[in-house]
Design a binder for this molecule. Structure first.
Ligand code: SMG
Ligand code: MG
Length: 370
């Protein structure tokens, strides 16, 4: 298929509830949606870079720049028959995984629509529905946090992740654990600690957590390996894993026992599946992380999480947990067993709604430039 047009849409959608992590509180999700056209079909991808360089160095601004000046020119007008063709065209670009992933994933969607295959089928998914949990942000008070968790547990979420930071950790986890003794629970520090906090983090061993996600520096593996030797709870790396190589290095040095796979952070479905396969070979469980995506990104996450070694619940919540009016349909809902059904396709299985997209757009561009 020859890629004839590529569209970029910078959008902004207000959250249903503000989302706070160790690096700050956000009221809305900015994202870039990309659309690739060939043979009268359109494939969609979502760039999960944030408004500022907090979770990652990539931002809406850097991704826009890298897309406009390097990635779009490498793809526009090209003949593409498989995702590997896109990976090859982008291989010169170092870093900027979220920008690369958005276009690569749009081509996966396009190829799926052309071939009548769902993303899950293309990726090798084996489950019709995937276990999911909910990621609960930091709240102004413990009572407000408990009320949030209460609402999600009542809504049927069978696994909860709490965001932690120094001053919002052991007491908070203890309170949630006391109230819900059997609830599968995990925590995510988004790099808010150092090795000097090892004793504090070891106190979390008392609460039967599934994992502690990215406690130390966002680029670190060495200190995480030292910390893992002092913790019974498995460390799960998120921010530190940017590629299949990073995953191998982390496992080789014992920096973690679990990996959070985010398709944007690692540069697309191709790399995400390679990390899945490597971890499967080594007997290391993976799970699908979330970046508060629209339904476009969420559909891709569900397809990825259908692969066999995604054995822990993903950060993939129902659409209603994030936005009042998503830009794509249908919305995803939580099943009674805390799973979400994997979309059937073709491609991602969701359709972008032009009027919703128009209402959310901040700026847009279409290539070739007119
Ligand atoms: O449900 O998509 C979701 C949120 C999952 O907590 C979540 N993501 O570090 O894992 C993480 C955070 C990153 C959020 S950056 C805005
Ligand atoms: Mg995380």
């Amino acid at each position: 298929m020859r890629i004839t047009h590529i569209h970029l849409y910078h959008i902004s959608l207000p959250y249903v509830h503000p989302f706070e992590t160790s690096f700050g509180r956000e009221l809305e999700r900015e994202a870039i949606l990309v659309a690739v056209e060939a043979d009268g079909l359109t494939g969609w991808g979502e760039c999960v870079a944030g408004s500022g360089p907090w979770y990652s160095y990539e931002t809406i601004g850097t991704a826009w720049h890298v897309l406009v000046d390097f990635l779009v020119p490498a793809l526009l007008g090209q003949e593409i028959s498989q995702p590997a063709d896109v990976v090859a065209r982008f291989s010169r670009v170092r870093g900027h995984a979220m920008a690369r992933a958005s276009l690569e994933n749009a081509v996966w969607d396009l190829l799926g629509r052309a071939q009548g295959l769902s993303l899950a089928q293309m990726l090798g998914g084996v489950r019709p529905a995937v276990p999911v949990g909910v990621s609960v942000g930091i709240e102004p008070t413990l009572d407000e946090l408990l009320a949030q968790v209460e609402g999600y547990v009542a809504a049927g979420y069978g696994r909860v992740k709490l965001k932690i930071k120094p001053g919002w950790d052991v007491a908070v986890v203890r309170a949630v654990r006391e109230r819900w003794p059997e609830l599968p629970l995990q925590v995510d520090a988004n790099s808010a600690y150092t090795l000097a906090d090892a004793a504090r983090l070891a106190e979390l061993d008392a609460f039967d957590l599934l994992l502690i996600e990215q406690p130390l520096h966002h680029d670190d593996m060495v200190d995480h390996a030292a910390l893992q030797r002092r913790l019974r709870t498995p460390i799960c790396l998120d921010e530190s894993i940017h590629s299949p190589q990073h995953a191998r290095w982390a496992l080789d040095i014992g920096a973690c026992r679990i990996i959070n796979v985010k398709v944007g952070r690692v540069g697309g479905f191709t790399a995400a599946r390679q990390i899945h396969d490597l971890c499967a070979e080594r007997g290391v469980p993976v799970w699908c992380g979330g970046m508060l995506e629209t339904n476009v990104g969420r559909a891709g996450n569900l397809a990825l999480a259908a692969l066999p070694n995604f054995t822990l619940p993903g950060d993939i919540s129902a659409s209603a947990r994030y936005f009042h009016h998503d830009i794509a349909a249908p919305d995803f809902t939580l099943n009674a067993d805390s799973t979400i059904t994997v979309p059937g396709g073709p491609g991602s299985g969701v359709q972008v709604l032009p009027e919703r997209l128009a209402a959310a757009v901040v700026r847009s561009l279409v290539f070739p430039l007119g």
